[in-house]
Design a protein around this ligand. Structure first.
Ligand SMILES: Nc1ncnc2c1ncn2[C@@H]1O[C@H](COP(=O)(O)OP(=O)(O)OP(=O)(O)O)[C@@H](O)[C@H]1O
Ligand SMILES: O=P(O)(O)OC[C@H]1O[C@H](OP(=O)(O)OP(=O)(O)O)[C@H](O)[C@@H]1O
Ligand SMILES: [Mg+2]
Length: 285
């Protein structure tokens, strides 16, 4: 039987969350990450542990059928590779930064400057689109140090919390793109593996929807029931069950994780009691 070949980052920022989402969709991988390749016991899949920056080429060549990879790397070197699902973790930006002490009014200020980066294609596209000419210095790591050692006037690199910029006395002046981990598909994927990938994607979607939601249970006095129901959106409508105690009902519903605290405050104000909020593993609509 055919197996879907999927690449994940061997070690680094994406590894842990990539393995976690595979586990959360019920895929148990047999061996650890010292292996280059591992199989799952209960799903037709083979996991290849690779470097994030090598994955676009493997996808391009059809060495792997799919990958969990940073969107920014695909933008940099994955032309024509399709993103089939955004996975909501490893969120970051690719930004231009310059020394804090330097004045910056507009993109024009980058004209004729030296820019250090690990993302030359992304930077060149940005410069072209803005009609700027600059000198690129391609370096593979610790890009943020470049202005301090006199190698460059500006950098283009990943920014997440901003603490690396802060530590290096730099300030973000332009955002080139937003990125997160994605599920990407090789243009060469065989038909039979495409079908497996669709099953995997379906499982990912149900876990991702679950991560966005919370299951809520509460007790409501019957005279306030309608007002309480109006606050709760639910997938269809809330489930209402009578409680043993007369005049009270139990209400069950699903709420968006981001609205959670506001909704709780409103529910309490309307007289809801015994509110329980639980995580959701999977959500199939
Ligand atoms: N500080 C960060 N916060 C959030 N996401 C990040 C951060 N740094 C990197 N990422 C994301 O994680 C991906 C992998 O980053 P990481 O630094 O682990 O690998 P790398 O050194 O670029 O790759 P390789 O696996 O090729 O050694 C990046 O492409 C980006 O999408
Ligand atoms: O805005 P921040 O939260 O500080 O994150 C940004 C930093 O994170 C990444 O580096 P990483 O720590 O992965 O080290 P690396 O350069 O060795 O990949 C990236 O290259 C930035 O340097
Ligand atoms: Mg890094």
């Amino acid at each position: 039987m055919s197996k879907l070949k999927i690449a994940v980052q061997k070690s680094g920022r994406l590894n842990e969350d990539s393995m976690k989402i595979l586990k959360d969709v019920g895929i148990s991988i047999d061996n650890g990450k010292d292996q280059l390749k591992a199989s799952a016991r209960n799903f037709p899949i083979e996991v290849f542990y690779l470097r994030n920056s090598d994955i676009p080429q493997y996808l391009q060549d059809g060495v792997v059928d799919a990958a969990i990879i940073g969107e920014n790397i695909l933008i940099e070197k994955g032309k024509g590779i399709e993103i089939i699902e955004k996975l909501g973790f490893s969120k970051c930006k690719v930004s231009v930064a310059i020394p804090k002490s330097k004045k910056y009014d507009s993109i024009q200020d980058l004209n004729g400057k030296r820019i250090a980066t690990s993302y030359p294609n992304t930077v060149n596209q940005f410069l072209l689109a803005n009609n700027i000419s600059a000198e690129l210095h391609i370096i593979n790591g610790s890009v943020e140090i470049a202005p301090n050692i006199g190698l460059a006037d500006a950098i283009v690199d990943i920014v997440s919390s901003g603490s690396t910029l802060f530590k290096n006395n730099l300030k973000e002046v332009e955002v080139l793109l937003q990125s997160e981990a994605v599920l990407a598909m090789s243009p060469q994927i065989p038909e039979e593996n495409r079908a497996i990938l669709e099953r995997l994607q379906f499982r990912f979607q149900s876990v991702l929807k679950g991560r966005q939601a919370k299951y809520i249970l509460l007790n409501a006095p019957n005279d306030k029931l309608q007002e309480i129901i109006n606050i709760l959106p639910g997938m269809k409508s809330p489930t209402v069950l009578p409680l043993a105690q007369k005049g009270w009902s139990s209400v069950h519903s699903v709420i968006n994780k981001n609205e959670f605290w506001e909704i709780i405050d409103e529910l309490k104000a309307k007289g809801a009691q015994g509110i329980l909020v639980c995580p959701i593993d999977n959500m199939v609509l």
